[in-house]
Write a protein that binds this ligand. Structure first.
Ligand SMILES: [Zn+2]
Length: 324
């Protein structure tokens, strides 16, 4: 459920950062507060991580069947939800209206820029992770329950490209998705979206059965709690998440689409480690503020390992096509 590889990488980087003295300088000020410029990257990766954990919750609590590796399924459903219009998970008020029951799917609107930027930030984080693993010659955990970072990256690129293929050719090239894989992506996205539709319809019908038979089920819901943070950075994260992220809308949206057999709490808190995990025993999703520290740290490498790399890949492709 948690993200062990990223965490291992984080502590290694942190150790090196302490050893070199000024490693955090680019992204935080002298008081240790992250700069506003990294907010979109940190928020997007927090949104993705939270939603990934919530898919685990939906599997355990709301009855989503597992038909493949659970971690892959969590990534797929998370990506499709973030890319789909009907979830309303976007920062623009005009786009935040969700359809009612039976209105799925909505007309196939173009992918919004905010959704595309969010996915690119998540994809870039996996690119940074994989680059660090390669550069540091770290052991590759083939037996991990998660796919490798580079595989998770390509799956997300493929689903995103498949969502709006005609418009996203440059996105495909910049993210180095080979043509033979790209040919499958539109169908991959359509299948994943149909899978989500099937799950929502089935679970909604199941949830309605007690109502039809006259046995009203309790109105249990997913709730979100931001525990008090002490450090200036963690206090700022809370402000970002409450006011600039889609997280409140996301929780609201899930509560309208799914029924839970017991109350579930999403808790942002200080954990002592950069992590995110679902605890069925306590019915709690723990989102550690330290995980956001880690995203701030990864953002140091964003330009070099992700943005510049994308620009180079696109530039090379365009230059070579000019002579064909
Ligand atoms: Zn997971």
């Amino acid at each position: 459920m948690s993200l062990p590889i990223r965490i291992t990488v984080f502590w290694l980087i942190l150790f090196c950062a302490i050893a070199t003295g000024n490693a955090w300088a680019q992204n935080i000020d002298e008081k240790g507060v992250p700069k506003e410029a990294v907010a979109p990257f940190v928020i997007a990766n927090t949104e993705f991580t939270l939603l990934h954990e919530l898919v685990h919750v939906l599997i355990d609590e709301a009855g989503i069947p597992v038909l493949s590796r659970e971690e892959d399924q969590a990534d797929y459903l998370t990506t499709v939800i973030l890319l789909s219009q009907q979830t309303g998970v976007t920062r623009k008020t005009s786009e935040s209206v969700r359809p009612g029951a039976g209105q799925w799917p909505l007309e196939n609107k173009p992918l919004t820029n905010s959704a595309l930027i969010r996915m690119q930030n998540v994809i870039d984080a996996w690119r940074i992770e994989w680059t660090i693993i390669q550069q540091d010659k770290m052991e590759i955990p083939y037996s991990d329950p998660h796919a490798l970072e580079i595989q998770r990256l390509y799956d997300m690129v493929c689903l995103t490209y498949g969502r709006d293929r005609k418009r996203l050719e440059d996105f495909r090239i910049a993210n180095e998705l080979p043509k033979d894989r790209a040919e499958l992506c539109e169908e991959d996205f359509a299948k994943a979206e149909r899978g989500l539709e099937f799950i929502k319809t089935t679970l909604r019908n199941n949830a309605l059965q007690p109502l039809i038979s006259g046995n009203l089920q309790p109105d249990f819901a997913l709730k979100i709690k931001f525990e008090d943070a002490t450090s200036p950075a963690h206090k700022l994260f809370r402000v970002w998440l409450e006011h600039a992220s889609i997280i409140p809308q996301l929780v609201d949206s899930i509560n309208k689409d799914y029924f839970f057999p017991r109350p579930i709490l999403v808790k942002f808190r200080v954990c002592g480690q950069p992590n995110a995990f679902w605890e069925p025993r306590n019915a709690e999703v723990n989102m550690c503020y330290e995980l956001l520290d880690r995203f701030v740290h990864l953002a140091r490498y964003h330009d070099k390992y992700a943005v510049q790399r994308r620009k180079n890949a696109l530039g090379k492709a365009k230059a070579s096509s000019a002579f064909q």
